[in-house]
Design a protein around this ligand. Structure first.
Ligand code: PEP
Ligand code: MG
Length: 559
């Protein structure tokens, strides 16, 4: 029987393959009573299983090389290693732990309960004599992994088997699976809720990551249609490569800057390959996550220097760390307080100003790196003039300390701010007069405008980039900056959505920063756009309060 499942597509593209169910061992354990003399041998069996899983994780770690796996994997394995050593907690208190995780309000932290479950599953697999290896995928037939949830450790193991796609019951856009799937560049749909229960091994599955849909046992006509679509997609991707060195300009000659968003220095290679005009957003907080100790000034300097030098004179915009909210603590001392409402709490620049020593260290590291390239500083989540003034004072102090030591840096380094809170749009003038440039973070701007937690799939249907309020706010931010002569970019996901490219161009945007995977399709859209022709339509969109009308006008814009 053919049926559809819906979820959240976290990575685009189409895959067609046979389902391979990943065992959810916790559901398959037999409960039996043992005699007292069997207790010791059972404990011995458990100890052996723990040792085996420790070796398994060690060998996964050892097998990882820089180009073998994205940088996040190592950190995730470390988390699993730490959980594994807490043997008593795993074996006796998993249920208690899970209940505690379920009570956590923060979606990102709540999702981490999957790490506990996954390690217990590994153990149980060893105990049951079913180590985690998967059967080799048939080279002819693509394999689609179907799991309740997938750990990055599992994915490393599966990597050599050329899986075509991932499908999971759990996970929001911030889940590990989402992060890893994006890094591996294969289609993935998460939050399908019951794919693992409904799909059977070897059933034919179509995963359409762009349309958030999974089709199980498609009939001949649907399968044929998707085979064609898949072929077209592959061809399209290939054709796009030709645009890598093409200058991004509209049909009416407007030059457009297309820059890359990166999380770690390792991501730079992909940005360069995609022909990025620079780095528009370096999410520096990723250097702070999944580790026990804070990165030292030297370690940070080296990371920033590497990116600055690697971009060879092109701009590199380093965002000062945006910790808090969904990027909480992750083993960093001093960041462990769980706020009552983390998204509205001590996050981003608020946190930096509350921890001046950490901030000073980062500012010195960024300034030192500015000597080796075209570096800019970006302050996240600004909402008050006072916090911008304090940040500028902190930057002046960091410069002074370097001057005293005779350490070189770019004295004219530009400082910008992220416009990602509605109040910052409405009072944008006070930031324009203080800062060199602005960058609109649409991910948070949408979250805060619509009061929709961006990591919570229960409200993801309300997360709407085309909501009339969002369209008005983005348009207002861009036009105010353009009128005031302050350079403005968009660096949220909206900048990488091809459907939104013309809308943003029509609003006056000329600077887009996005994940490198989207850069060439956005460039293609830029190359086929005449701004003079679309401006009247965009003006109508800006004035409209009718969601249906907005959707129609957007479709017309993209005709
Ligand atoms: C944003 O909020 O749009 C943004 C670019 O920052 P982040 O996604 O890291 O919060
Ligand atoms: Mg943001």
């Amino acid at each position: 029987m053919s049926f559809f499942l819906h979820g959240i597509g976290v990575s685009g593209g189409i895959a067609i393959g046979r389902a391979q169910l990943v065992s959810h061992a916790t559901l398959e354990v037999a409960h039996y009573t043992i005699a007292s003399e069997q207790v010791e041998p059972e404990i011995e069996r458990l100890t052996q299983a723990l040792n085996a899983v420790q070796r398994e994780i060690e060998s996964l770690h050892g097998a990882m090389t820089a180009d073998d796996a994205p940088a996040e994997f190592g950190a995730f394995l470390d988390v699993h290693w730490m959980i594994l050593t807490a043997e008593w907690a795993l074996t006796q208190q998993m249920g208690v732990l899970i209940e505690q995780f379920d009570l956590i309000e923060d979606a990102y932290l709540r999702e981490r309960k999957a790490d506990v479950v996954q390690v217990v599953e590994r153990l149980l697999k060893v105990l049951l004599g079913k180590p985690g290896a998967v059967r080799p995928a048939n080279a002819e037939e693509q394999t689609v992994l179907v799991a309740h949830d997938l750990s990055p450790a599992d994915i490393i193991q599966f990597k050599g088997h050329h899986f075509a796609a991932f499908l999971t019951d759990l996970g929001g856009v911030t889940s590990h699976t989402a992060i890893v799937a994006r890094s591996l560049n294969v289609p993935a749909v998460v939050a399908t809720h019951n794919a693992r229960a409904l799909i059977r091994d070897d059933e034919l599955v179509i995963v359409d990551g762009a349309r958030n849909v999974v089709i199980v046992n498609p009939d001949g006509a649907v399968l044929h249609e998707y085979q064609l679509k898949q072929g077209e997609f592959a061809l399209e991707q290939k054709k796009l490569q030709r645009l890598t060195t093409t200058r991004a300009a509209t049909l009416d000659g407007q030059h457009v800057e297309l820059l890359a968003n990166i999380e770690l220095p390792e991501d730079l290679e992909r940005a360069v390959e995609a022909g990025a005009a620079g780095v528009g957003l370096f999410r520096s907080e990723f250097l702070f996550l999944n580790r026990d100790e804070l990165p030292s000034e030297d370690e940070q300097f080296e990371a920033y220097r590497q990116v600055a030098a690697g971009m060879d004179g092109k701009p590199v915009t380093i965002r000062t760390f945006d910790l808090g909210a969904d990027k909480h603590k992750q083993g960093v001392d001093g960041l462990s307080r769980v706020a009552p409402n983390p998204a509205l709490g001590l996050r981003a620049v608020r946190f930096c100003l509350a921890e001046p020593r950490l901030f000073h260290t980062q500012l010195r590291a960024i300034l030192r790196a500015s000597h080796y390239g075209n570096v800019k500083i970006l302050i996240p989540m600004i909402v008050s003039a006072a916090e911008v003034d304090q940040t500028l004072t902190m930057i002046a102090r960091a410069k002074e300390s370097l001057r005293e030591q005779g350490v070189p840096f770019d004295a004219g380094i530009e400082v910008g701010g992220m416009i990602e809170i509605p109040a910052a749009v409405l009072a944008i003038g006070m930031f324009m007069s203080r800062l060199d440039f602005l960058s609109i973070g649409t991910n948070d701007l949408i979250q805060y405008t619509l009061a929709v937690d961006r990591g919570d799939d229960a409200v993801s249907h309300l997360y709407d980039p085309l909501h009339p309020a969002v369209v008005k706010l983005v348009a207002m931010a861009i036009s105010s900056a353009v009128k005031g002569g302050v350079p403005v970019a968009v660096c949220g996901e909206m900048a990488g959505e091809v459907q939104m490219t013309r809308l943003l161009l029509g609003m006056g945007l000329r600077n887009f920063s996005m994940h490198p995977a989207y850069l060439l399709s956005v460039k293609q859209r830029v190359l086929t756009t005449d701004v003079t022709k679309i401006t009247p339509l965009v003006e109508r969109m800006r004035r409209s309060d009718d969601p249906n009308k907005l959707a129609q006008l957007l479709a017309k814009l993209n005709d």
